[in-house]
Design a protein around this ligand. Structure first.
Ligand SMILES: Nc1nc2c(c(=O)[nH]1)N[C@H]1C(S)=C(S)[C@@H](COP(=O)(O)O)O[C@H]1N2
Ligand SMILES: [Mo]
Length: 532
């Protein structure tokens, strides 16, 4: 069939280049997703977007047709469409560069949009699809350049040949053309295989996470012996103001873990040792059988800039660390507990803080659910009053009772202070910076915190005017942030709003601007707004 094979040579190899490039790129993108943002796998986000966009009749039809395999069918369907578009992009790139690459870039844009518009999209949601598109484009350009000459040409004359495009058999044409073709097919095949390996690698990387998620889903938290109550007057319920209890999905996440550690609770052990009279080991089952208490504690990161979002408040369920330490009986000269995570992260917490009557706990529950994997499942520490880097060890497996002059922790070794009490601070949530407002009554609102001391007052300053008291919501406790509001009769013009907290001990939040290193930022949060 001379005509067919002539045509085949015209598009089959370019189409193969397109498909191989996209297989390569998507594979690399899936691997990137496994490492950077598992929730943003290009395939899954596009699938989820389609599910959201699909009209009800299409969903019903899919379920009727594929039953419970409807999701698998959807992913296969996306794969088929992707292969078809990739093939077309290859042909286009061979004939009208750079249009093939542009088509691939557009597929990438669909992935990025799908990923970043998902509810609770992680910060790096855009990355896997962007990586997939960039890798595909590079591979496409590379493979198109390696097409045998006749296949690369737009109007190649059909040669009287067998279908050498798909099966590289002995050529009847010039010997070097056959060689070119084989070389091309090796590159294209290699790219596709690499892509498949990368995707498989990504899948394997997440095997532990999937297993742990499955176990976590079966856990029912024990009933607390003491329940926490959040007074309804603690929530001002103002649009744009951070909710007084931060939903888990919105809770900031900070850690050094490239991949979230996968800890199976059945194998979890906590060892309390070092300068103690009695070493103690605790298993998951033993921990669950202990009287567990609920407490509300606001966690903050030392890297939180003034006005920043690295702070959140949750209802935690856990066991007091002081009880565990009482069993271990620290020796008189010990002054620090070095907590260690399964991945080697360490934090140095003053022993006295863990022994006093505050709610320093081994937490297993967060807002009514088992700890989310990225927040330390199955067990983490929560200590009111201290920045996370010196107290809130996630995936905790070891408590070594020691001394500050005998051991140092992860961030202390990197230039941060060995002790990190949280500094009094406050933040303006609404109005947002740069927002345009109309003159008249405006609600200014935000949060203020001073863990384990408490907030006495919050004041707001407009431009260089006097400090005026804001109204405080009911504080849940001295260990949590408190919402505040200030009703402002805004005159037109450009204005700067500034907030300042005063602690229950009389400390007034300083306006001295200091950076986050070595023990937390200071200064006042301010917003400039245009009132018209
Ligand atoms: N294992 C482990 N625990 C950790 C960290 C870490 O890097 N590894 N970071 C700490 C820091 S710096 C902070 S601010 C808190 C953040 O907790 P979150 O991610 O649950 O908000 O966790 C702490 N616990
Ligand atoms: Mo932190």
């Amino acid at each position: 069939m001379p005509e067919t094979s002539g045509r085949a040579r015209g598009w089959v190899l370019p189409a193969a280049a397109g498909v191989a490039s996209v297989v390569f790129g998507v594979g690399v993108g899936e691997l990137a997703a496994a490492i950077l943002a598992p929730a943003a796998s290009p395939f899954v986000v596009v699938g989820s977007l389609l599910i959201d966009l699909a009209p009800p009749w299409a969903k019903d039809a899919a379920i009727a047709l594929f039953g419970t395999a409807d999701k698998a069918a959807l992913l296969v369907g996306i794969g088929i469409v992707l292969v078809a578009v990739a093939g077309a992009a290859g042909v286009l790139e061979a004939r009208r560069p750079p249009w093939g690459r542009i088509v691939v870039a557009l597929i990438g844009v669909v992935g990025v949009v799908a990923a970043t518009t998902r509810a609770n999209a992680p910060m790096l949601a855009f990355a896997p699809s962007a990586v997939a598109a960039i890798a595909s484009i590079i591979a496409l350009q590379f493979l198109i350049r390696r097409l045998p000459v006749a296949d690369a040409a737009t109007d190649a004359a059909p040669a009287p040949e067998t279908d050498a495009a798909t099966v590289p058999r002995a050529p009847t044409g010039p010997a070097d053309r056959g060689l070119d073709r084989r070389r091309f097919l090796t590159w294209a095949g290699g790219a596709a295989v690499l892509g498949a390996l990368a995707a498989a690698g990504g899948y394997a990387l997440q095997a532990g996470a999937r297993a742990v998620t499955a176990i976590r889903d079966t856990i029912t938290l024990p009933t607390p012996t003491a329940a926490a109550t959040v007074p309804s007057a603690a929530e001002l319920d103002i649009e744009g103001l951070a909710p007084v209890v931060t939903p888990n999905a919105q809770f900031y996440r900070i850690d050094t873990a490239l991949a979230v550690p996968a800890v199976d609770p059945s194998g979890w052990r906590l060892r309390v040792h070092g300068m103690v009279d009695q070493e103690v080991t605790l298993t998951w089952d033993e921990l669950l059988a202990l009287p567990l208490e609920e407490s509300v504690t606001t966690l903050a990161c030392v890297s939180n800039e003034v006005g920043g979002g690295l702070i959140g408040n949750a209802v935690w369920l856990g066991y007091p660390i002081r009880e565990l330490l009482a069993r271990a009986a620290p020796t008189a000269d010990a002054d620090m507990v070095l907590s260690r995570s399964v991945d080697g992260f360490t934090a140095s917490t003053p022993l006295a803080v863990l022994e006093d009557d505050r709610n320093a706990i081994l937490a297993i529950g967060m807002n009514g659910d088992p700890l989310p994997p990225e927040h330390g499942f199955p067990v983490r520490m929560v200590v009111p009053g201290l920045y996370g880097y010196v107290s809130a060890t996630k995936w905790v497996v070891d408590l070594e009772v020691t001394r500050f002059d005998a051991a140092t922790a992860y961030w202390t070794d990197r230039g941060w202070s060995e002790r990190g009490p949280i500094k009094i601070s406050s933040r303006i949530d609404v109005p947002r910076s740069g927002q345009t407002l109309s003159a008249g009554p405006i609600t200014v609102a935000g949060v203020a915190w001073n863990q384990h001391v408490g907030i006495e007052a919050v004041d707001v300053q407009v431009d260089d005017g006097p400090w005026r008291p804001a109204t405080l919501a009911t504080a849940i406790s001295i260990d949590t942030w408190v919402q505040w509001r200030y009703d402002w009769d805004a005159p037109s013009g450009t204005h700067t709003l500034r907030v300042r907290a005063t602690g229950a001990d009389g400390e007034v939040q300083t306006s001295d601007v200091r950076g986050v290193v070595p023990d937390g930022a200071t200064g006042l949060d301010e917003r400039t707004v245009d009132v018209t």
